[in-house]
Ligand binder design. Structure first.
Ligand code: SF4
Length: 275
C-alpha cells in the first residue's frame, strides 16, 4: 500500500483522498455511503453525456486493480467509527465499479466490518455477462443497472460506449446476469430533452425482457463538471466551486407522461424522481 501514497494521482491537487464518501442523501435509499474502487482518474466503459463526473478521462473496459482493498477498508472503518447514520453502502464513485478486479475482496471486507448494512452497486451493465463479475455481484443485496438506450444509435448518442460494446451485447450480458441473480435488481434510466423522443415502445420491450423489480426514472439534477475533481462523486456541494455546465432536465409533466406510458406498456413498477 505504500506505493499508493506515492502515486502521481494521489497528490495535493485533489485534497480529497478518501475512497469512501458521504453518506449522501439518496432520494430512494436514504443515507448512502459511497465506496469508490476506481478513484485515481475517472474510468468507465461509458462516457455518458450527462455524467456527473464530467468527460470520462479513461474510457476503458479493462478490469484492473485501481486501489488497495486495505485502504478502502481503513477509510470505511473510520466513517463507521464516526457513528453517522448509514442506511446503505453503494459502490459507485469515479467510474464503473465492476472494472475493479478487487471488488469481491472489498465487498467481503466491508461485509465483515458491517454485516448489518445492505450493499448496493450502481453499474452501467457492460460487464454483467462476465462470469467473475457475476460471482462478485451475487454477494450484493441490490444491483442497479443503468439502461438509457433502446438501440445502437441511442447507445452511441447518450452513453458513448467503449469500442466493442453494442446494444445487443449489453442486453445479452444483463440477461445472463439476471437469469442467475437472486438479489433485487433495478433499472435506472435518465431522460433529458435530447432523448425525450426516446422510442418508448422499443425501450419498454427491453425493460420487459430484463423484468426488474423497479425502474427509476431520472433526469439530471446535478450539473456537468467541466473538469475532474473528487467532489464530482456523490452529491457534494463542492462541485459548485468548479466550472460546471447546467444540464437540461425534463419537466415534471413530461416525467409523469413517460411514467404513465411505461407503466401501461410494461406493467412494471416505475418510480419517477419528481414524485
Ligand atoms: S456509466 Fe455512470 S460513471 Fe460511467 S459515464 Fe455513465 S454516468 Fe458516468
Amino acid at each position: 500500500m505504500t506505493n499508493f501514497y506515492k502515486d502521481e494521482h494521489y497528490s495535493d491537487e485533489f485534497p480529497n483522498h478518501k475512497l469512501v464518501y458521504g453518506p449522501v442523501k439518496s432520494w430512494r435509499f436514504g443515507q448512502s455511503l459511497g465506496i469508490d474502487p476506481i478513484f485515481k482518474i475517472s474510468t468507465c466503459s461509458f462516457n455518458c453525456i450527462y455524467c456527473q463526473l464530467g468527460n470520462i478521462q479513461q474510457v476503458s473496459s479493462k478490469l484492473e486493480n485501481f486501489v488497495p482493498t486495505e485502504k478502502i477498508l481503513i477509510d470505511f472503518e473510520n466513517v463507521l467509527n464516526d457513528g453517522k447514520t448509514i442506511d446503505v453502502i453503494t459502490y459507485s464513485g469515479s467510474g464503473e465499479p465492476t472494472l475493479a478486479s478487487n471488488l469481491e475482496e472489498i465487498i467481503d471486507g466491508i461485509r465483515k466490518l458491517a454485516p448489518h448494512i445492505p450493499q448496493y452497486i450502481l453499474t452501467n451493465g457492460t460487464h454483467l455477462g462476465i462470469a467473475s463479475v457475476q460471482k462478485t455481484l451475487n454477494k450484493l443485496d441490490k444491483v442497479i443497472v443503468k439502461l438509457d438506450a433502446w438501440d445502437d444509435r441511442s447507445l452511441s448518442l447518450i452513453n458513448r460506449a467503449d469500442k466493442g460494446i453494442n446494444f445487443s451485447s449489453l442486453i445479452e450480458g444483463i440477461l445472463s446476469f439476471t437469469s442467475q441473480y437472486k438479489g433485487s435488481l433495478e433499472v435506472q434510466t435518465m431522460f433529458m430533452p435530447i432523448n425525450i423522443e426516446k422510442d418508448l415502445k422499443k425501450y419498454a420491450e427491453t425493460l420487459m425482457r430484463i423484468n426488474p423489480e423497479t425502474v427509476q426514472l431520472n433526469t439530471p439534477k446535478r450539473p456537468y463538471p467541466l473538469s475532474w475533481h473528487r467532489e464530482n462523486r456523490g452529491n457534494h456541494l463542492g462541485i459548485h466551486h468548479h466550472e460546471i455546465r447546467e444540464l437540461k432536465t425534463i419537466t415534471s409533466d413530461q416525467a409523469k407522461k413517460i411514467e404513465k406510458e411505461l407503466k401501461e406498456m410494461t406493467g412494471l413498477n416505475i418510480l419517477s424522481i419528481y414524485r
